[in-house]
Design a protein around this ligand. Structure first.
Ligand code: RP5
Length: 169
């Protein structure tokens, strides 16, 4: 059994720059993950076996990114009992990103995919950690700390803009 608690999959290696921030966030929180390429269209058998088996290997959340006719997140969600977070990717075959967004977002009743923003790899990593944090106090504390760091970063800017004025900022 692998120790990965989160799986990050994507339709193509060309999706990697968008999916990397999800991996980086999980790494930052010391959450074990695996990352691989699973294509709904080019490796359909691999997609089915991956989605059938991920939970038995200990994976608890799947992040799936794809572009254009982005069938991977929805198809994986139709097979796995795990929550699936979909990342719409504005890929080379995407018209304007809406094709990827709608392919992932507009799932039929019964098969939800938690869809993040276009190219929202980092938010997918944060959401996966947050899902784990709902039943893992250690991870939950890390999410609390992360949110506090976001607040602190903005408050620093509030102080700086107050001190320097908008012209000096
Ligand atoms: C999708 O097609 C992939 O997820 C990727 O976003 C897009 C283009 O794939 P490549 O032609 O770059 O391999 O299935």
């Amino acid at each position: 059994m692998s120790s990965a608690r989160v799986s990050i999959i994507m339709g193509s290696d060309s999706d990697l720059p968008i999916m990397k921030p999800a991996a980086e966030f999980l790494e930052q929180l010391s959450i074990p993950f695996e990352l691989t390429i699973v294509s709904a269209h080019r490796t359909p058998d691999r997609m089915i076996s991956y989605a059938q088996e991920a939970h038995s290997r200990g994976v608890q959340v799947i992040i799936a990114g794809a572009g254009g006719a982005a069938h991977l997140p929805g198809m994986v969600a139709s097979i796995t009992p795990l929550p699936v977070i979909g990342v719409p990717v504005k890929s080379s075959n995407s018209i304007d990103g809406w094709d990827s967004i709608l392919s992932i977002l507009q799932m039929p009743s019964g098969i939800p995919v938690a869809t993040v923003a276009l190219n929202g790899g980092k938010n997918a990593g944060i959401l996966a950690a947050t899902i784990l944090g709902s039943s893992d106090a250690g991870i939950r504390q890390k999410i609390i700390d992360y949110k506090a760091s976001l607040t602190a970063a903005v408050m620093d800017k509030v102080d700086t803009v107050a001190a320097l004025g908008y012209k000096g900022f």
